[in-house]
Design a protein around this ligand. Sequence first.
Ligand code: PGA
Length: 242
Amino acid sequence: MIKLDNFSSFFVANWKLNGNFQFISQFIAEISLPRDKSKCIVICPTSIHLYYMSKNKKEFYVGAQNVSQHKDGAFTGEISADSLSDLNVNFCIVGHSERRQIFCEKNEEIKLKSVNLINNNLIPIICVGETLEEKEKGITNDILEEQLKKSIPNSSNFENTIIAYEPVWAIGTGLTPTNEDIDDTHRFIREHNDKFNKFKILYGGSVKADNAKLITSLLNVDGALIGGASLKTDEFTKIIQD
Ligand code: PGA
């Protein structure tokens, strides 16, 4: 398993359902990685492209965007944590809000997926975050508390799990919370449970070249989960080089 403590910050590219072989070859040819080796760069292409990515990658890590909650068996179309580790995949995003909302994933499944990943020496990046409606009702912390309690397995610790705070209303919208709100929410997560104190906590939701540096330098923020901006090689390069 990757030693998370070796890194001071994490930049995780979530390509969602985008990219083909041509895009990936071009991305790999054009991406300029930071000289600062304390930055951990993780690229998460579609599952279909994981093998190609891990065979052709530069000095970054490869992550998946989803995994089965089941270890193996009669589950047509699923991808196991064990098969991800066969491909030298080191990270996997779990419980992204698109999976929670569009594919109706529940906290309990997210927990099972994370357990499978940890058991196969992969690091789950477990996403939590409130919707706009929940934010407007002023129940953000209650929602986060429930998601953290129910989706993070007992076997998780700061060495084998990353948390990503992604307000749902900030994803793909160009909107972000204020830096103060981001830092406060990360502190809430960190202090919510003694166990989370040393966890790496990433922020995601409309991170771009022009806000990444400020966001990732906040006291309680250990890096970023980046969607749209990670598909533009020059913009992503700026984010990781800054
Ligand atoms: P975005 O997506 O950067 O395009 O807002 C982030 C994510 O969905 O992880």
